[in-house]
Design a protein around this ligand. Structure first.
Ligand SMILES: NC(=O)C1=CN([C@@H]2O[C@H](COP(=O)(O)OP(=O)(O)OC[C@H]3O[C@@H](n4cnc5c(N)ncnc54)[C@H](O)[C@@H]3O)[C@@H](O)[C@H]2O)[C@@H](O)CC1
Length: 484
C-alpha cells in the first residue's frame, strides 16, 4: 500500500457528495474502531475518553461505543458537538447507554484519577494555532494526570504541518488516520506522538490524493528502483564515478564518498583531489593534482558517468563545482559545493544534498525557519536550485519535479561526521548506474539509512560512516528482496 503524508484534510472539507452518501460516517466508524482496538494494547481498566467538538471528537465517541459494547468501562467527557457526524455519534453512544459528561479540566482531573488510560480526541487536523485558553487548561490537566495517553490522529495541540512541539499532549501512542501528518514525522512534534500506527481507512482515493503533500515510499517500492545487472555485466556498465574533493586537513571526506560509491555498486571510482586522500579501499583510484586548473586541463574532455563534488573541497569549492556543472553530467553536490552563487547553474541531473545549516545558507534564511516546516523547506530549495534536493534530517525530505518524498528509517547514531560524504558516494553510484536523479535520491537515501540501521545493531551510537559503507551491500540485497 502506498503511504502518504497528508496536509490538514478537514473532515468537513471532503467531497460533499461522497460524504453525504455516508462514506465519511463509515470512515469515522473505522477510525473509532481502530482507536478502540489500540486501547487493548494498554493495561486493562477504565478508559477516560476526551472528545472535542470536531470530527476528532467524533472518532473518540465511536471508540467509546466500541469499547463499551465490548464490556470495557468507559467515561466520556465531550465538548458540544459542532460536526454533524460527531452529533450523530453522540446519539449513538447514548443509545447504547453511555451519556457523555461536559468537558472541563476539573472533570478531567476527577475522572483521570481512576482511569487506566486517557484517549485524547480533543483536536485533530482541524486545529489552527494558537491554542485557545479552554484547550490550554485541558491539555495541562491531561499532562498533570500522569496517566497513559492514546491520541487520535495526532496529539492535541500539535499543528499537523509543523515540527514544533509547543504546548501539546505528550502521548504514549497515536493512531493516525488515512496518512501520516508532518507533525508525526519531524522534530519535537514527532517526539510527542509516542508509538504511531497508521490506520489507512477505506475512503475514496481522491480524499487522500487531495490532501497528499508527500509520499513515504516503502522498501518494496524502493527496491524496484535498484538496477538489476545482466549476468554478463562488466565494470563499464556499472558506471565510472569521479569524486572531486579533499583539501589538506579534510581528506577523509572524499575517501568516505568513494567508499560509499564502491559499496553502492559503482564499477570504477576515481578520487580527484589536491591532497593525499587515504586509500580506504585498494579498489579506489586516487589522483592528486597540483591545483584545480591543472586538474581540469589533465582531464581534458574525458567525463565520468556521474560526479560527486564538494566533500572536504575547501576554499575553491564554488569554482570547482561551477566547472563540474558545465559538464552537464549527473552530479551530486554536497558540503562545500553547496554555495548560493551556484544556485542558478544547476541542471536537471543534479542532486543537491544540504543539511539544515547548508540549506539556510542557500536560501538566506535562518535554520529554525527551515526545520519547523521541513516539507516547505525542501520544496523551496528545489524551486531555487532545480534538479533534485535532499533536505537532510531525521527523516530526510526529497524534493523532485514530481513532488516530495519523506524517507524512512535511519538511526540516531548516524548523527556523526562523514555520514553525508558516504551518502553522496551512494547517490553518485546510483546515478552512474543509470538511475534517474529522483530515483537515485529516494533509493539512495533509504539504502544509506538501512545500512545505518544495520551498522547500529552492532555499533549503536558509536557507528561510523565507514561502518555504514560496509553495510551498503547487505542493505541493497534487503531492499531488492523486499521488492519481491
Ligand atoms: N478527513 C477524513 O476523511 C476523516 C477525518 N477524521 C477526523 O477528523 C479530524 C478533523 O476533524 P475536524 O476538521 O472536524 O477538526 P478537529 O476535530 O481536528 O478540530 C476542530 C475543532 O477544533 C477547534 N479548534 C481549532 N483551532 C483551535 C484553537 N486554536 N484553539 C482551540 N480550539 C480550536 C475548532 O473550534 C473545532 O471545534 C481528523 O483529525 C480525524 O481525527 C476521521 O473522522 C476519519 C475521516
Amino acid at each position: 500500500m502506498r503511504e502518504a503524508v497528508l496536509g490538514p484534510q478537514e473532515a468537513g472539507a471532503v467531497d460533499a457528495r461522497l460524504a453525504s452518501a455516508g462514506l465519511l460516517d463509515l470512515a469515522m466508524e473505522e477510525a473509532g474502531a481502530a482507536v478502540a482496538a489500540a486501547c487493548h494494547a494498554f493495561p486493562p481498566g477504565p478508559v477516560l475518553l476526551l472528545a472535542g467538538s470536531g470530527a476528532n471528537g467524533g472518532d473518540a465517541l465511536v471508540a467509546a461505543r466500541h469499547l463499551h459494547l465490548r464490556g470495557r468501562e468507559v467515561t466520556v467527557l465531550a465538548a458540544p458537538a459542532r460536526h454533524e457526524l460527531t452529533r450523530l455519534n453522540r446519539r449513538r453512544l447514548r443509545a447504547v447507554g453511555v451519556t457523555p459528561q461536559p468537558l472541563s479540566p476539573q472533570g478531567m482531573r476527577r475522572h483521570a484519577a481512576g482511569a487506566a488510560l486517557l484517549v485524547d480526541g480533543l483536536l485533530g487536523t482541524g486545529f489552527r494555532p494558537p491554542l485557545r485558553p479552554p484547550l490550554v487548561a485541558l491539555i495541562e490537566a491531561i499532562q498533570a494526570a500522569g496517566r497513559p495517553v492514546l491520541s487520535i490522529d495526532l496529539p492535541s495541540g500539535l499543528d499537523a504541518l509543523s515540527a514544533e512541539g509547543g504546548l501539546s499532549v505528550q502521548a504514549d501512542a497515536t493512531v493516525t488516520l488515512m496518512g501520516w501528518k508532518p507533525a508525526l514525522l519531524f522534530g519535537e512534534a514527532a517526539a510527542r506522538a509516542g508509538q504511531v500506527t497508521l490506520t489507512p481507512l477505506t475512503v475514496p482515493a481522491t480524499w487522500v490524493q487531495q490532501a497528499a503533500l508527500a509520499d513515504r515510499p516503502t522498501d518494496a517500492e524502493l527496491g524496484t528502483l535498484l538496477p538489476v545487472r545482466r549476468p554478463d555485466a562488466h565494470k563499464g556498465v556499472a558506471g565510472h564515478v569521479w569524486v572531486l574533493g579533499g583539501h589538506p586537513g579534510t581528506t577523509g571526506a572524499p575517501a568516505l564518498a568513494a567508499a560509499g560509491a564502491l559499496r553502492a555498486g559503482a564499477g570504477l571510482v576515481t578520487v580527484h583531489s589536491l591532497a593525499d586522500v587515504p586509500l580506504v579501499m585498494p579498489e579506489l583510484m586516487v589522483r592528486r593534482h597540483p591545483d584545480w586548473t591543472a586538474a581540469f586541463a589533465s582531464l581534458g574532455t574525458r567525463r565520468p558517468d556521474a560526479v560527486a563534488v564538494g566533500m572536504g573541497l575547501g576554499p575553491q569549492a564554488a569554482e570547482v563545482a561551477r566547472e563540474v556543472l558545465a559538464w552537464q553530467v549527473p552530479t551530486v553536490l554536497d558540503a562545500d559545493a553547496l554555495q548560493p552563487e551556484l544556485a542558478s547553474l544547476g541542471h536537471d541531473a543534479c542532486i543537491w544534498t544540504p543539511h539544515p545549516g547548508e540549506a539556510a545558507r542557500l536560501l538566506g534564511v535562518s535554520t529554525p525557519d527551515l526545520t519547523r516546516f521541513p516539507l516547505d523547506a525542501a520544496r523551496s530549495l528545489q524551486q531555487r536550485l532545480g534538479g533534485v534536493v535532499i533536505f537532510k534530517g531525521g527523516p530526510s525530505v526529497i524534493a523532485h519535479p514530481g513532488g516530495l518524498s519523506v524517507a524512512r528509517g535511519g538511526h540516531p547514531g548516524m548523527a556523526s561526521a562523514g555520514m553525508g560524504d558516504t551518502l553522496s558516494g551512494v547517490l553518485a553510484a546510483l546515478l552512474g548506474q543509470g538511475l534517474l536523479p529522483w530515483a537515485a535520491a529516494v533509493a539512495g537515501v533509504r539504502l544509506h539509512a538501512r545500512a545505518g540501521e544495520r551498522a547500529a545493531a552492532t555499533h549503536g551510537y558509536g557507528l561510523s560512516a565507514s561502518d555504514v559503507a560496509h553495510e551498503l551491500g547487505a542493505a541493497w540485497m534487503e531492499l531488492r528482496a523486499a521488492a519481491g
